[in-house]
Design a protein around this ligand. Sequence first.
Ligand SMILES: Nc1nc2c(c(=O)[nH]1)N=C([C@H](O)[C@H](O)COP(=O)(O)OP(=O)(O)OP(=O)(O)O)CN2
Length: 143
Amino acid sequence: MYRVTQEIDFCYGHRLLNYAGKCKHLHGHNGRAVIVLEGEQLDDRGMLIDFGDIKREIRRWIDDTLDHRMILCQGDPALTALRELGEPLFVIDCNPTAENIARLIFEHAREKRLPVIEVSLWETPRAFATYSQNDCPPGTARG
Ligand SMILES: Nc1nc2c(c(=O)[nH]1)N=C([C@H](O)[C@H](O)COP(=O)(O)OP(=O)(O)OP(=O)(O)O)CN2
């Protein structure tokens, strides 16, 4: 089995709903997504996947979609004011925890038919959350 991993750094803001600690307030992170892809077969170049393909399909999407945005839950009351101010937003249907942002990136990678098995999101230099699935469906490079 071969594994390819790429780390992608990006900045984002968020706040947690239904949470009693300091993260209930708007704040930001220098996050790092660690994307792990796996497969048994190499192509005729000896690659599981070209690092450039990961850059094109995931890093570019993160840069365009999540980087320097407020990632907020669709039920967040702050959305109205932030929209009026024209702040860059990415709205999701769940609390924007590290777990859910990791899953969001994972699902994007699967949509792009990459054989991703795990995404970790480092929210601080000492804390990260991981979302993983070992079964790659048909249509991914591995399945
Ligand atoms: N399981 C999770 N726990 C927490 C999450 C999360 O996404 N998943 N998020 C937060 C906060 O958003 C944020 O990460 C702050 O966490 P915290 O560890 O308190 O941050 P600090 O680096 O500021 O910690 P200090 O040790 O106080 O410096 C919280 N939990």
